[in-house]
Design a protein around this ligand. Structure first.
Ligand SMILES: Cc1ncc(COP(=O)(O)O)c(C=O)c1O
Length: 441
């Protein structure tokens, strides 16, 4: 591998050879790509030695910092044993142990794990599995899906069909199958005087009206529990999930919990749906599952769903695969991640950390241009009164020049730092965000 020592060299080579994701590449004529040479803890270092606090955990994947010694050691060990074997017809210790431990984390309610690679592949698996379950049960009319307004479930065609973010969806609309959207319980949309819970109940009534009419043809409702990320960190009351669970039961519709972002402690409990004391029929996990090291996703489901596929007929089996399904290295990174949760009492420790971050951000929350300052677990977000639609890009650059990696969604700024962020780093994050805000009218 060639090594480029200077930022300028690597970013030019990258612009020439790499098509970067979620990007209008022409914008990089004025907003340079950031070439990262190494990373440690919460910090990324570019090729010229400048550092950036990874305040969004590298697209929400990193949990315990970069170059985490225990995950590094587990991967080094695994490399000496088995890097990968196909999972069709074969199995290995890391995938078996991971499946057992993930199932145990659902109290055994979701007894089987089906693996994919990225988050979007988990969404695809859950949608196909729900449809195929109903088909195997003789309910061939159940072909439709429901999602929440503003939802994001990934950008492959099936996942994009249940996503509701215009920027990602509109261009590709002719390629997508129809899905229905019901009102979002996002508490920012509550009527004046209504509490987040009141709003959640109103939205649940809207879901009920939809299901009354369409349940016969509906396979599943897919939701991002408690926080709708990509639409702008929309947060909502746990009551909505309780109501949604009851309605799905009443109308014989699956509930898919897309915890690709919210899983692994992000919302303050290991899984966000725990806060509603419900169990989904399908649970999609990815991102933090490997501590942010390797692509891995999984769909957990009930044994009853699994049993509906268990048959002599091949076509009643779940006919879906990816080459890297259940990759041994990725599973081992996931096991090391689960070990850290246990060894370091992460969920409990994060409670105190979240309070300290909220306290550190007090002056920011009271900034005259900041609206709807909010948090759930280890996620903080707020809207900014901004002059125009270029705010996001201008703020990104202003933050970068103050050693912060922050990537607003429209005029929503959010923090989703690695859990190992220190008190000093939290203070720095809050203070420099305020400076970046003042520098971005
Ligand atoms: C809730 C949710 N679902 C699905 C996805 C898609 O995951 P991936 O980008 O790994 O395909 C994301 C990504 O941000 C997400 O936040």
């Amino acid at each position: 591998m060639q090594t480029s020592t200077r930022n300028s060299v690597l970013l030019e080579r990258s612009r020439t050879a790499v098509w970067h994701p979620c990007t209008q590449m022409k914008q990089h004529e004025t907003l340079p790509i950031v070439p990262i040479a190494r990373a440690q803890g919460c910090w990324l270092y570019d090729c010229d030695g400048k550092r950036y606090l990874d305040a969004i955990s590298s697209w929400w994947v990193n949990l315990f910092g970069h170059a985490e010694p225990r995950i590094n050691a587990a991967l080094t060990d695994q490399l000496q044993r088995l890097e990968h074997v196909m999972l069709a017809g074969f199995t290995h210790e890391p995938v078996v142990e991971l499946s057992e431990r993930l199932s145990a984390l659902t109290g055994g309610a979701l007894g089987h794990c089906f693996y994919g690679s990225d988050g979007a592949s988990a969404t695809e698996i859950a949608l196909k599995m729900s449809f195929h379950y109903w088909r195997n049960c003789g309910r061939t009319e159940k072909t439709e899906f429901i999602s929440l307004a503003g939802s994001y479930h990934g950008e492959t065609l099936g996942a994009l069909s249940v996503t509701d973010v215009a920027l990602f969806k509109d261009t590709y609309a002719p390629l997508l199958r129809h899905s229905a959207q019901v009102p979002s319980p996002d508490w920012r949309l509550a009527d004046a005087g209504a509490s987040p819970r009141d709003h959640a109940l109103r939205c649940a009534q809207a879901l009920e009206r939809h299901l009354e009419q369409h349940h016969a043809g509906t396979a599943a409702l897919i939701v991002e529990p408690l926080v709708q990320g990509a639409t702008g960190m929309a947060m909502y009351d746990a009551e909505y999930l309780r109501q949604a669970r009851a309605l799905c039961d009443r109308y014989e519709v699956h509930l898919i919990a897309d915890e690709i972002m919210t899983g692994f402690g992000r919302t303050g409990t290991f899984f966000a749906h725990e806060q509603s004391a419900i169990t989904p029929d399908f649970l999609c996990l990815s991102k933090g599952i490997t501590g942010g090291y390797l692509p891995l996703s999984v769909v957990l489901t009930r044994d009853a769903v699994y049993q509906a596929f268990y048959d002599e007929a091949v076509t009643r089996g779940f006919l879906h695969s990816h080459s890297y399904t259940g990759n041994a290295l990725a599973c081992r990174a996931a096991l090391a991640t689960l070990d850290i949760f246990e060894q370091d009492g992460v969920i409990e420790a994060n409670r105190g950390k979240a309070q300290r971050m909220t306290a550190a951000a007090k002056a920011l929350a009271e900034h005259p241009r900041v609206r709807n300052f909010r948090s759930t677990g280890m996620i903080w977000a707020f809207e900014v009164d901004a002059a125009d639609t270029t705010f996001s890009r201008r703020f990104f650059a202003a933050a970068l020049s103050r050693e912060l990696l922050l990537r607003p969604i429209g005029n929503t700024v959010y923090f989703m730092p690695p859990y190992v962020i220190s008190d000093a780093e939290m203070e720095l994050l809050a203070a420099r965000t305020r400076e970046a805000l003042d520098a971005t009218p």
